[in-house]
Design a protein around this ligand. Structure first.
Ligand code: IPD
Ligand code: CA
Ligand code: CA
Length: 261
Protein backbone atom coordinates (compact mmCIF):
# COMPACT_ATOMS: atom_id res chain seq x y z
CA UNK A 1 0.00 0.00 0.00
CA UNK A 2 1.26 3.48 -0.85
CA UNK A 3 2.45 5.34 2.31
CA UNK A 4 -0.05 8.17 1.66
CA UNK A 5 -2.93 5.70 1.46
CA UNK A 6 -1.65 3.92 4.52
CA UNK A 7 -1.80 7.17 6.48
CA UNK A 8 -5.29 7.89 5.16
CA UNK A 9 -6.45 4.43 6.30
CA UNK A 10 -4.94 4.95 9.74
CA UNK A 11 -6.71 8.32 10.04
CA UNK A 12 -10.05 6.94 8.82
CA UNK A 13 -9.92 3.98 11.21
CA UNK A 14 -9.05 6.24 14.12
CA UNK A 15 -12.00 8.53 13.33
CA UNK A 16 -14.28 5.51 12.85
CA UNK A 17 -13.39 4.05 16.25
CA UNK A 18 -14.13 7.39 17.86
CA UNK A 19 -17.49 7.75 16.06
CA UNK A 20 -18.61 4.25 17.07
CA UNK A 21 -17.80 4.99 20.72
CA UNK A 22 -20.49 7.69 20.68
CA UNK A 23 -23.19 5.58 19.03
CA UNK A 24 -24.91 4.59 22.27
CA UNK A 25 -24.56 8.07 23.80
CA UNK A 26 -26.33 10.07 21.11
CA UNK A 27 -28.67 11.75 23.62
CA UNK A 28 -25.68 13.33 25.35
CA UNK A 29 -23.94 14.67 22.23
CA UNK A 30 -23.61 18.43 21.78
CA UNK A 31 -25.21 19.44 18.42
CA UNK A 32 -25.28 22.73 16.51
CA UNK A 33 -27.20 23.74 13.38
CA UNK A 34 -24.81 25.23 10.76
CA UNK A 35 -27.62 26.01 8.34
CA UNK A 36 -31.07 24.75 7.43
CA UNK A 37 -31.11 20.98 8.14
CA UNK A 38 -27.32 21.08 8.39
CA UNK A 39 -26.12 19.79 11.75
CA UNK A 40 -22.68 19.41 13.22
CA UNK A 41 -21.91 17.64 16.47
CA UNK A 42 -18.96 17.36 18.80
CA UNK A 43 -18.40 13.95 17.18
CA UNK A 44 -17.85 15.51 13.72
CA UNK A 45 -15.31 17.87 15.29
CA UNK A 46 -13.56 15.18 17.35
CA UNK A 47 -13.36 12.84 14.33
CA UNK A 48 -11.92 15.64 12.19
CA UNK A 49 -9.36 16.56 14.88
CA UNK A 50 -8.26 12.91 15.03
CA UNK A 51 -7.84 12.75 11.23
CA UNK A 52 -5.99 16.06 11.02
CA UNK A 53 -3.58 15.07 13.76
CA UNK A 54 -2.68 11.80 11.95
CA UNK A 55 -2.10 13.77 8.71
CA UNK A 56 -0.10 16.52 10.44
CA UNK A 57 2.09 13.99 12.21
CA UNK A 58 2.99 12.17 8.96
CA UNK A 59 2.89 15.07 6.47
CA UNK A 60 3.18 18.41 8.28
CA UNK A 61 3.50 20.42 5.06
CA UNK A 62 0.44 19.12 3.19
CA UNK A 63 -2.66 21.21 2.56
CA UNK A 64 -5.95 20.11 4.12
CA UNK A 65 -9.52 20.87 3.06
CA UNK A 66 -11.74 19.55 5.83
CA UNK A 67 -15.48 20.05 6.20
CA UNK A 68 -15.49 21.49 9.71
CA UNK A 69 -12.19 23.42 9.83
CA UNK A 70 -12.04 24.58 6.20
CA UNK A 71 -8.99 25.04 4.08
CA UNK A 72 -5.39 25.07 5.35
CA UNK A 73 -2.87 25.83 2.61
CA UNK A 74 0.25 23.70 2.15
CA UNK A 75 2.45 22.10 -0.47
CA UNK A 76 1.34 20.20 -3.58
CA UNK A 77 -0.73 17.49 -1.83
CA UNK A 78 -4.18 18.35 -0.46
CA UNK A 79 -6.19 16.08 1.85
CA UNK A 80 -9.94 16.38 1.33
CA UNK A 81 -11.68 15.22 4.50
CA UNK A 82 -15.26 14.49 5.52
CA UNK A 83 -14.85 13.23 9.10
CA UNK A 84 -18.44 11.98 9.37
CA UNK A 85 -20.50 11.71 6.20
CA UNK A 86 -24.11 11.08 7.14
CA UNK A 87 -24.34 13.20 10.29
CA UNK A 88 -28.15 13.26 10.17
CA UNK A 89 -28.22 9.45 10.13
CA UNK A 90 -25.66 9.28 12.93
CA UNK A 91 -27.62 11.70 15.13
CA UNK A 92 -30.74 9.56 14.75
CA UNK A 93 -28.96 6.27 15.36
CA UNK A 94 -29.67 5.29 11.75
CA UNK A 95 -26.78 2.95 10.93
CA UNK A 96 -25.42 4.37 7.67
CA UNK A 97 -22.51 6.82 7.82
CA UNK A 98 -18.84 6.90 6.90
CA UNK A 99 -15.48 8.62 7.06
CA UNK A 100 -14.17 9.91 3.72
CA UNK A 101 -10.59 10.95 2.98
CA UNK A 102 -9.10 11.75 -0.44
CA UNK A 103 -5.61 12.93 -1.36
CA UNK A 104 -5.41 15.27 -4.32
CA UNK A 105 -2.35 16.45 -6.26
CA UNK A 106 -3.19 19.50 -8.40
CA UNK A 107 -6.62 18.57 -9.82
CA UNK A 108 -6.18 14.77 -9.70
CA UNK A 109 -7.40 12.60 -6.84
CA UNK A 110 -4.53 10.16 -6.21
CA UNK A 111 -5.71 8.12 -3.21
CA UNK A 112 -9.07 7.51 -1.56
CA UNK A 113 -10.53 5.92 1.56
CA UNK A 114 -14.18 5.54 2.53
CA UNK A 115 -14.65 3.71 5.82
CA UNK A 116 -17.92 2.36 7.22
CA UNK A 117 -17.11 1.95 10.92
CA UNK A 118 -20.27 -0.02 11.81
CA UNK A 119 -19.77 -2.74 9.21
CA UNK A 120 -15.99 -2.38 9.41
CA UNK A 121 -15.87 -2.06 5.62
CA UNK A 122 -12.84 -0.25 4.25
CA UNK A 123 -12.95 0.96 0.65
CA UNK A 124 -9.61 2.11 -0.78
CA UNK A 125 -8.17 3.14 -4.13
CA UNK A 126 -4.96 4.55 -5.56
CA UNK A 127 -4.89 5.99 -9.07
CA UNK A 128 -3.88 3.24 -11.50
CA UNK A 129 -3.94 0.58 -8.78
CA UNK A 130 -7.61 -0.45 -8.77
CA UNK A 131 -10.11 -0.22 -5.92
CA UNK A 132 -10.51 -2.58 -2.98
CA UNK A 133 -13.05 -3.45 -0.31
CA UNK A 134 -10.87 -4.68 2.53
CA UNK A 135 -8.44 -7.03 0.74
CA UNK A 136 -10.71 -7.80 -2.19
CA UNK A 137 -10.49 -6.08 -5.59
CA UNK A 138 -13.86 -4.52 -6.49
CA UNK A 139 -15.58 -3.83 -9.81
CA UNK A 140 -18.70 -1.91 -10.73
CA UNK A 141 -21.79 -3.99 -11.52
CA UNK A 142 -22.46 -5.61 -14.91
CA UNK A 143 -26.07 -4.46 -15.13
CA UNK A 144 -26.71 -3.41 -18.74
CA UNK A 145 -30.08 -1.66 -18.67
CA UNK A 146 -31.79 0.97 -16.60
CA UNK A 147 -34.81 -1.27 -16.03
CA UNK A 148 -32.56 -3.66 -14.07
CA UNK A 149 -30.59 -0.97 -12.26
CA UNK A 150 -30.72 -0.04 -8.58
CA UNK A 151 -29.96 3.68 -8.39
CA UNK A 152 -28.81 5.66 -5.36
CA UNK A 153 -29.47 9.33 -4.81
CA UNK A 154 -29.46 12.05 -2.17
CA UNK A 155 -32.37 14.39 -1.47
CA UNK A 156 -31.63 18.12 -1.80
CA UNK A 157 -32.64 18.65 1.84
CA UNK A 158 -30.27 21.50 2.69
CA UNK A 159 -30.21 23.81 -0.35
CA UNK A 160 -33.75 23.82 -1.73
CA UNK A 161 -32.65 25.52 -4.97
CA UNK A 162 -32.30 22.07 -6.63
CA UNK A 163 -35.58 20.65 -5.34
CA UNK A 164 -37.82 21.03 -8.40
CA UNK A 165 -35.29 19.73 -10.92
CA UNK A 166 -34.36 16.87 -8.59
CA UNK A 167 -38.05 15.88 -8.28
CA UNK A 168 -38.48 15.65 -12.04
CA UNK A 169 -35.26 13.61 -12.31
CA UNK A 170 -36.48 11.34 -9.53
CA UNK A 171 -39.81 10.80 -11.26
CA UNK A 172 -38.22 9.78 -14.57
CA UNK A 173 -35.56 7.59 -12.97
CA UNK A 174 -38.00 5.89 -10.61
CA UNK A 175 -40.29 5.03 -13.53
CA UNK A 176 -37.48 3.50 -15.60
CA UNK A 177 -35.19 1.82 -13.07
CA UNK A 178 -35.55 -1.20 -10.84
CA UNK A 179 -35.54 1.02 -7.74
CA UNK A 180 -34.15 4.16 -6.12
CA UNK A 181 -32.56 4.33 -2.65
CA UNK A 182 -31.60 7.26 -0.44
CA UNK A 183 -29.21 5.88 2.16
CA UNK A 184 -27.85 9.18 3.55
CA UNK A 185 -24.07 9.09 3.15
CA UNK A 186 -22.96 10.24 -0.30
CA UNK A 187 -19.40 8.96 0.18
CA UNK A 188 -20.72 5.49 1.00
CA UNK A 189 -23.24 5.66 -1.86
CA UNK A 190 -20.35 6.22 -4.28
CA UNK A 191 -18.40 3.37 -2.68
CA UNK A 192 -21.48 1.20 -3.28
CA UNK A 193 -21.41 2.08 -6.99
CA UNK A 194 -17.73 1.08 -7.01
CA UNK A 195 -18.45 -2.37 -5.56
CA UNK A 196 -21.62 -2.98 -7.57
CA UNK A 197 -24.25 -2.64 -4.82
CA UNK A 198 -25.63 0.34 -6.71
CA UNK A 199 -25.61 0.41 -10.52
CA UNK A 200 -25.77 4.20 -10.62
CA UNK A 201 -26.03 7.30 -8.43
CA UNK A 202 -26.83 10.97 -8.80
CA UNK A 203 -27.02 13.92 -6.43
CA UNK A 204 -27.10 17.71 -6.74
CA UNK A 205 -25.48 20.26 -4.45
CA UNK A 206 -22.75 18.15 -2.84
CA UNK A 207 -19.43 19.44 -1.47
CA UNK A 208 -15.97 18.24 -2.59
CA UNK A 209 -15.42 16.28 0.63
CA UNK A 210 -18.60 14.24 -0.01
CA UNK A 211 -17.39 13.10 -3.43
CA UNK A 212 -13.60 13.27 -3.75
CA UNK A 213 -12.81 9.80 -2.38
CA UNK A 214 -15.87 8.07 -3.82
CA UNK A 215 -15.21 9.26 -7.36
CA UNK A 216 -11.72 7.72 -7.43
CA UNK A 217 -13.16 4.45 -6.05
CA UNK A 218 -15.59 4.37 -8.99
CA UNK A 219 -13.03 5.27 -11.64
CA UNK A 220 -10.65 2.62 -10.32
CA UNK A 221 -13.36 -0.01 -10.36
CA UNK A 222 -14.25 0.56 -13.99
CA UNK A 223 -17.14 3.00 -13.58
CA UNK A 224 -17.83 6.47 -14.92
CA UNK A 225 -18.31 9.73 -13.04
CA UNK A 226 -19.30 13.11 -14.47
CA UNK A 227 -21.49 16.09 -13.84
CA UNK A 228 -24.98 16.12 -15.44
CA UNK A 229 -23.50 17.70 -18.60
CA UNK A 230 -21.08 14.80 -18.98
CA UNK A 231 -18.13 17.02 -18.03
CA UNK A 232 -15.59 16.45 -15.27
CA UNK A 233 -16.60 19.54 -13.26
CA UNK A 234 -18.49 17.73 -10.50
CA UNK A 235 -16.10 18.61 -7.67
CA UNK A 236 -16.64 22.29 -8.49
CA UNK A 237 -20.38 22.20 -9.34
CA UNK A 238 -21.38 19.72 -6.63
CA UNK A 239 -23.62 17.89 -9.10
CA UNK A 240 -22.62 14.30 -9.80
CA UNK A 241 -23.79 11.38 -11.92
CA UNK A 242 -22.06 8.01 -11.59
CA UNK A 243 -22.54 4.46 -12.73
CA UNK A 244 -21.19 1.51 -14.60
CA UNK A 245 -20.38 2.09 -18.28
CA UNK A 246 -23.89 0.98 -19.38
CA UNK A 247 -25.98 2.76 -16.76
CA UNK A 248 -24.06 6.05 -16.64
CA UNK A 249 -25.02 7.20 -20.17
CA UNK A 250 -28.66 6.17 -19.65
CA UNK A 251 -28.74 8.05 -16.34
CA UNK A 252 -27.24 11.15 -18.01
CA UNK A 253 -29.88 11.01 -20.76
CA UNK A 254 -32.76 10.71 -18.26
CA UNK A 255 -31.37 13.53 -16.14
CA UNK A 256 -30.99 15.85 -19.14
CA UNK A 257 -34.48 15.17 -20.50
CA UNK A 258 -35.98 15.59 -17.02
CA UNK A 259 -34.44 19.06 -16.79
CA UNK A 260 -35.69 19.96 -20.30
CA UNK A 261 -39.37 19.28 -19.64
C1 IPD B 1 -24.32 14.73 3.65
C2 IPD B 1 -24.49 13.29 3.21
C3 IPD B 1 -25.83 13.12 2.50
C4 IPD B 1 -25.97 14.07 1.35
C5 IPD B 1 -25.75 15.49 1.82
C6 IPD B 1 -24.39 15.63 2.48
P1 IPD B 1 -22.89 15.30 5.87
O1 IPD B 1 -23.07 14.93 4.29
O2 IPD B 1 -23.47 12.93 2.31
O3 IPD B 1 -25.95 11.82 1.98
O4 IPD B 1 -27.26 13.93 0.81
O5 IPD B 1 -25.86 16.35 0.72
O6 IPD B 1 -24.18 16.95 2.87
O7 IPD B 1 -23.40 16.69 6.07
O8 IPD B 1 -23.62 14.29 6.65
O9 IPD B 1 -21.40 15.22 6.02
CA1 CA C 1 -20.72 14.95 3.82
CA1 CA D 1 -19.72 15.57 7.36
Amino acid sequence: MHPLLNTAVKAARRAGTLIVRYVDQIDRIDIQEKGRNDFVSEVDHAAEDAIVSVIRHAYPGHAILAEESGSTPGDDYEWVVDPLDGTTNFLHGFPQFSVSIAIRKATQIEHAVVFDPLRNELFTASRGGGAHLDDRRIRVSRVMHMKDALIGTGFPFKALSHLDEWISMFRDILLRSSGVRRAGSAALDLAYVACGRFDGFWELGLSPWDMAAGCLLIQESGGLVSDPDGRQDFLATGNIVAGNAHVHPELLRLIRTAVDH
